[in-house]
Design a protein. Structure first.
Length: 91
């Protein structure tokens, strides 16, 4: 089981991150990246940790990864459980 970290660009807090995810994806939360992670099979069951203001502030369980075609080209879609879960706010 592996974990990822990702910067929540433009999100000042966890509530904004959750709202933007609901607006963009509805109940099917996900994150898009340019490339498929090399160890993608090991990510299922791990978590994506969100970074806001240089701190790990929330996590979302990773459900799986797949390549998808979007208006911006081919991307890796990391499927996430809905709603970020707050974690201990440490630098």
């Amino acid at each position: 089981m592996l974990h990822l970290t990702k910067v929540a660009v433009g999100c000042p807090d966890i509530e904004t991150l959750a709202r933007l995810q609901r607006e963009r994806w509805g109940d099917e939360a996900c994150s898009l990246t340019r490339f498929m992670p090399k160890r993608a099979a090991e990510l299922a069951g791990g978590s994506l940790f969100w970074i806001i203001r240089h701190r790990l502030v929330a996590r979302q369980p990773i459900l799986g990864c797949e390549m998808v075609t979007t208006p911006w080209g081919v991307k890796c879609r990391i499927a996430l459980a809905p709603g970020p879960v707050p974690v201990a706010n440490l630098p």
